[in-house]
Design a protein around this ligand. Structure first.
Ligand SMILES: NC(=O)c1ccc[n+]([C@@H]2O[C@H](COP(=O)([O-])OP(=O)(O)OC[C@H]3O[C@@H](n4cnc5c(N)ncnc54)[C@H](OP(=O)(O)O)[C@@H]3O)[C@@H](O)[C@H]2O)c1
Length: 338
């Protein structure tokens, strides 16, 4: 069944129009426990049928495995999909279990060639710097990214977890189409610096983890007890121990709103993120991640939900009460440098 009904929004000033909700593909190969490849493929196809056109991956997701996994889907639908991938999380030669941040020009050139090869495409539609290496001036990093655009390897540029000041400096070198940062009912630190700067510069916001990595759907309550040993969420302070116990209580107002609309908690969380486009007057294209076709249907259906002013007020205090940071090491994030 084809049912392309979702509205679209533009990536930056001159980027492509994409469905106003994208799909995060990370969990299909990495971070959130075992995935079923057949189910993931069905999820990708269903998303496309529903009008989702922005697909998000990174070279770091499963050390290239996610890009390789997505390649056949992208090739089968090359003219219908917008492929977003990222560089910067490198494996140090002495320890394959660790990741270091690299933004230097030789590394970027090596990374883009490796991504193009794994994806098996001629050009990447949206190429993000995944994390900021503060030892390399951002102008230098974006300078080499701009060369990739001129060389036809990449169409548009994006940055992930940059501060407002870093975004402004980058935009001075080359137009930035999108900033991808964590933004949800639980994570609102970007609203002080990054969001107003993106609005001023005409940059689209692509919120990642809009479902709070699943916590906002109520699908797990404590990472230590509910998730497998290798699940990344066990390393995130807000999902474990006493923090998790107190954060579960914060879902109550979301439940109240969900009941009023006859929808799920996750749909309220997505509707809230989507509605930030109006609140902050900029394009917002969240990329919820799922490996299940039924969940993609549920998530896409949230684009039509409108929350009332009273409901937004009820949800407003949640983020300020969350116990525990979103990462164990916040220097990895824009908030850690803002
Ligand atoms: N730039 C960055 O640094 C960065 C960091 C993290 C993520 N990302 C990108 O952003 C994407 C989304 O973020 P995320 O995956 O971390 O978090 P998310 O979208 O907030 O949540 C994903 C989790 O929620 C579950 N889920 C999805 N829909 C659901 C539903 N309707 N009901 C119940 N559970 C549901 C998923 O499980 P199932 O898969 O089992 O459905 C998964 O465990 C990623 O895939 C990745 O592409 C980027």
């Amino acid at each position: 069944m084809t049912d392309r009904t979702i509205p679209t929004a533009r990536l930056g000033a001159d980027g492509p129009e994409v469905g106003v909700q994208g799909l995060g593909c990370m969990g299909m190969s990495f971070a959130y426990g075992p995935a079923d490849a057949g189910e993931s493929r069905a999820t990708l196809e269903r998303a496309l049928e529903l009008g989702v056109t922005l697909y998000d991956t990174a070279d770091a997701y499963g050390a290239g495995e996610n890009e390789r996994f997505l390649s056949p889907f992208f090739k089968a639908h090359r003219d219908e999909v917008v492929i977003a991938t990222k560089f910067a999380l490198a494996v140090p030669p002495d320890d394959p279990t660790r990741r270091i941040i690299r933004n230097d020009p030789p590394y970027i050139r090596q990374a883009v060639e490796a991504s193009l090869k794994r994806l098996d495409v001629d050009v990447i539609d949206l190429y993000y710097m995944h994390r900021r290496d503060v030892n390399v001036p951002i102008e230098e990093t974006v300078g080499v990214m701009a060369e990739l655009v001129r060389e036809g390897k990449v169409k548009h540029l994006g940055l992930s977890e940059v501060t407002g000041a870093e975004l402004r400096a980058a935009q001075g070198v080359h137009p930035i189409a999108a900033v991808q940062s964590e933004w949800s009912l639980f994570s609102r630190d970007i609203e002080t610096g990054v969001v107003p700067t993106a609005r001023d510069l005409g940059v689209t916001l692509v919120p990642y983890s809009p479902l709070g990595r699943g916590f906002l759907t109520g699908s797990f309550a404590n990472a230590d007890k509910d998730l497998t040993a290798d699940d990344f969420r066990r390393q995130q302070p807000r999902f474990t121990g006493e923090n998790a116990a107190s954060n579960v209580a914060l879902l109550e107002p979301i439940r109240t709103v969900a009941e009023a609309h006859g929808v799920s908690l996750g749909q309220v969380a997505l509707a809230w993120v989507q509605q930030q486009a109006k609140v902050h007057a900029l394009p917002v294209i969240p990329i919820p991640g799922t490996r299940k076709a039924s969940r993609v249907e549920e998530n896409v259906a949230a684009v039509t939900i409108e929350l009332t002013a009273e409901e937004l007020t009820l949800l407003e205090p949640i983020a300020g009460k969350v116990a525990g940071d979103r990462y164990a090491d916040m220097t990895f994030t824009s908030a850690g440098r803002e």
